[in-house]
Design a protein around this ligand. Structure first.
Ligand code: HSE
Length: 311
């Protein structure tokens, strides 16, 4: 029987203009997860954190992924999972994706590497569906593949791993509640051809900038004319934080996933630290508790910390 300990990165979905298709893994924050294969068929979920997430497998994101894997492979084995989350649920930093992707990768390892990365993405999407009602993979894909990924399609699954530019990420998580389901509900169902053309230009520019390590092109492509104008209303001081971060030298940025976190990309660590300081002070000023993170783009995705064969 095998046991594996994983370090699972937070992720920034959408990357501003690439709604539901682009995402990036970051080094901070991250979750820890330990998975053990059981000889008996039960699925046991335990949390080491204080977020109060459900532990009943069918109501737990990791549990749901494991149930689907168990069913698909007709397993007689079960799993015990110990989750220590540091990525706050509802932060917009891919907390549910970390649980889902960690469960899929952990199960794959203890089962003897029976799945491809795309198969892990497939199972992890059931966890995202449980959390947000939608089977999107823009957080899961970078978590599993590392770096920046393009979800070309989820049916069939077609993930394109892109380059992981040598950039810093400053992010703030203000403690205001924005549910993914609500922030999807408020989006316009129809868009004009004019804004679609503008958005296609930004997405194509961003992908080209990422592949060419052209930081100026990345910066001027981090522009969203469709989603951000609607969602940013839910995030206090969003416009001010964005414009002041750009003045401090950030390349660009915007809402992380469905929010409320905001992220900015920078070339230098010093700039990321200044931006993080600005983000913190702007929320402190209006008495909104917040967490800030400065890290790099994570090129590798989920990391195996320890793998043991148990008797
Ligand atoms: N692409 C998703 C959204 C990410 O923006 O709603 C949130 O999980």
């Amino acid at each position: 029987m095998k046991n594996v300990k994983l370090k699972i990165p937070a992720t920034v979905a959408n990357l501003v203009c690439g709604f539901d298709i682009l995402g990036m893994a970051v080094n901070e924050p991250y979750d820890e997860m330990e998975i053990r294969l059981l000889e008996t068929p039960e699925i046991i979920i335990k949390h080491k954190d204080s977020f109060g997430l459900p532990e009943e497998p069918a109501k737990n994101v990791a549990g749901m992924v494991l149930l689907k894997i168990q069913e698909h492979y007709h397993l007689k084995n079960g799993f015990e999972v110990i989750i220590h989350k540091h990525i706050k649920p509802g932060s917009g930093l891919g907390s549910s994706a970390a649980s889902a992707a960690g469960a899929a990768m952990g199960a794959n390892i203890v089962l003897g590497n029976i799945m491809s990365k795309d198969e892990m993405v497939h199972f992890a999407m059931f966890g995202e569906e449980l959390a947000s009602g939608v089977r999107h993979a823009d957080n899961i894909a970078p978590c599993i593949y590392g770096g920046i990924t393009l979800v070309k399609s989820t049916n069939p699954i077609d993930i394109i791993p892109l380059n992981a530019p040598d950039l810093f990420v400053a992010a703030v998580h203000p403690q205001v509640e924005v549910k993914t389901s609500d922030s999807r509900q408020i989006l316009k169902k129809n868009i004009t051809l004019k804004s679609a053309v503008e958005q296609w230009g930004n997405i194509a520019g961003l992908v080209a900038g990422i592949q060419k390590n052209d930081f100026a092109l990345i910066g001027r492509s981090l522009n969203d004319v469709i989603i951000e104008p609607v969602r940013s209303i839910l995030i206090p001081r969003f416009d001010e934080i964005k414009s002041k971060s750009l003045q401090l030298g950030a390349l660009g940025g915007g809402i992380s996933g469905s929010g409320p976190s905001i992220f900015m990309l920078t070339e230098k660590k010093e700039t990321a630290e200044k931006v993080a300081g600005l983000m913190k002070s702007m929320y402190n000023e209006i008495n909104i508790d917040n967490f800030v993170y400065v890290s790099k783009i994570n090129p590798a995705g989920i990391e195996i910390i320890e793998e043991t064969e148990l008797d």
